[in-house]
Design a protein. Structure first.
Length: 149
């Protein structure tokens, strides 16, 4: 007589497969019984309260906050021009003659301002007191019309 082609591991795999399919059918029946189909529109609605949180209850009309449309700002506000003197005083904190640039510390604002050799009226060295005007450059303020005091 011939031996059976079903081995122990094949039988175990078949049992596991049948058990899994049975559990899957049970879960499907459970989902069907507890399904949310047929819910009313009111049950499916979500509301936003006065603080921006999602809730299931409609908002209270007495807590409604009115907003003026003109007060809503879209984008970045324009910078207002800051009034300051056209001629400023400062001290040269760094200047590299070989590369042709340096920095001046404004005495009033303590701000470091870039200066290029083309903006000089006379040669500068570090720690010189200077007067200068500023203009907006590519990367920020630049000193122009730089003169020794």
């Amino acid at each position: 007589m011939a031996r059976s082609t079903e081995t122990f591991s094949k039988k175990e795999k078949e049992k596991a497969r049948l058990k899994k399919s049975k559990e899957k059918k049970e879960k499907a029946l459970e989902r069907k019984a507890n399904a949310g189909k047929g819910k009313s529109l009111e049950d499916m609605m979500a509301y936003i309260d006065e603080h921006g949180n999602i809730t299931s209850t409609p908002p209270d009309p007495t807590r409604k906050i009115s907003v003026n449309a003109e007060d809503i700002q879209v984008g970045v506000a324009k910078q207002q021009d800051i009034p300051y003197e056209t001629v400023r005083n400062g001290i040269v904190t760094f200047f590299n003659e070989a590369k042709g640039y340096g920095f001046i510390r404004d005495l009033q604002t303590e701000e470091s301002i870039f200066v290029h050799i083309n903006a000089l009226t006379e040669p500068l060295k570090e720690n010189n007191r200077v007067t200068f005007e500023t203009e907006q450059g590519q990367k920020g303020l630049s000193a122009i019309k730089v003169k020794k005091k």
